[in-house]
Each structure stands twice: as structure tokens, then as C-alpha cells.
Design a binder for this molecule. Structure first.
Ligand SMILES: [Fe+2]
Length: 170
């Protein structure tokens, strides 16, 4: 059933972000010995209702919850989707991973777009960290949420960024 979600996402601007988040989440799952398919799909669907909700985001993730329940998605996936938008507490490793990965893909993508090649494969960890210190660059991206990889996931920032860059460049 996820192909329906994918088809709908493909029509909106959030598509690339969802694909990037899917790749990072699957890579993180492998890092933790968790279910890469579940984590990847959770990343893929996490913003499935975002484009439809703009500009009023009060229903963001609530519409997704409704759709995901209808297609019989696992409870832990639905909870993580809600939790990434503060509509449920973040308790599981999956909840925390999605919350941390979400802004990280945004920062890495923004960093790639100022490179001459505009290719995420050319992004360096040091460049992302430098951009994170510039508050005007990709100002909407929450830096503290990215740095929370060290407390929420117990992965050093450098390793986390490296993992995400490699996953996104696949
Ligand atoms: Fe997102």
C-alpha cells in the first residue's frame, strides 16, 4: 500500500525530503541492528500530509495518522510519525531517530545546493557543521534537534552526519 503514499508524495515538493529521510532512517536502523524496512518506510511516510496541510500545519501528521491506520501500518510507525511533530511523546528509538533525522536531511540538502556540483555525494561533514554555525543559512532548520543525535541516539555528531550523507548519496 505504500506505493499509493509514494505516488501522492511524488506530486509535491516534499518528495525529495521524504526519500532522503527514508534512506537515512534505513541506514540508522542497520547501524542499530533494527528493522531497516520499518524505519525506512517510517522516514518515507513521515511528511506524507505536509504538502496538503500547507500553510496551516495544525493537522500535520494527524491526516497521516488517519491514512496510515487505514492501510494497516504498524503502530510504532504511526507513533513515530506523530512524535516527530510533537503530537505524541518520543519514547522509542524509532521515535527519536525520526525526530533527529528530519532536520538533518534538510541541513545536508541545503549544504549540497550551495556546492558547484549541487551533489549530496560531494558534501563534507565539516561543511555541514560550518553551515550549522551560520544562523542565517537554512534558518528554519533546528540545529539543536540535529545535535540531539548525541543524546537521543548516542551517536557522535560527525558519525551521524557521515552516515546521513552516505545514505542520501546512494
Ligand atoms: Fe520531515
Amino acid at each position: 500500500m505504500y506505493h499509493l503514499v509514494l505516488a501522492r508524495l511524488g506530486e509535491g515538493p516534499t518528495f525529495d525530503h521524504c526519500i532522503a529521510t527514508e534512506r537515512c532512517m534505513a541506514a540508522l536502523a542497520r547501524r542499530f541492528g533494527e528493522d531497516a524496512e520499518l524505519w525506512g518506510l517510517t522516514g518515507l511516510v513521515h511528511d506524507m500530509d505536509l504538502d496538503a496541510c500547507e500553510p496551516d500545519l495544525s493537522n500535520h501528521t494527524l491526516i497521516a495518522k488517519h491514512v496510515l491506520e487505514r492501510i494497516g501500518a504498524p503502530r510504532e510507525m504511526i507513533t513515530a510519525v506523530l512524535a516527530h511533530n510533537d503530537k505524541a511523546p518520543r519514547t522509542t528509538l524509532l521515535d527519536k531517530a525520526l525526530w533527529v533525522t528530519d532536520p538533518t536531511t534538510g541541513m545536508i540538502t541545503a549544504t549540497s545546493l550551495v556546492l558547484p556540483s549541487r551533489n549530496v555525494a560531494d558534501v563534507q561533514v565539516t561543511s555541514v557543521k560550518k553551515r550549522m554555525k551560520d544562523k542565517r543559512f537554512a534558518a528554519a532548520v533546528n540545529r539543536d534537534q540535529i545535535r540531539a543525535c548525541e543524546t537521543e541516539l548516542v551517536i557522535p555528531l560527525d558519525e551521524f552526519l557521515e552516515l546521513c550523507i552516505k545514505a542520501m548519496a546512494m
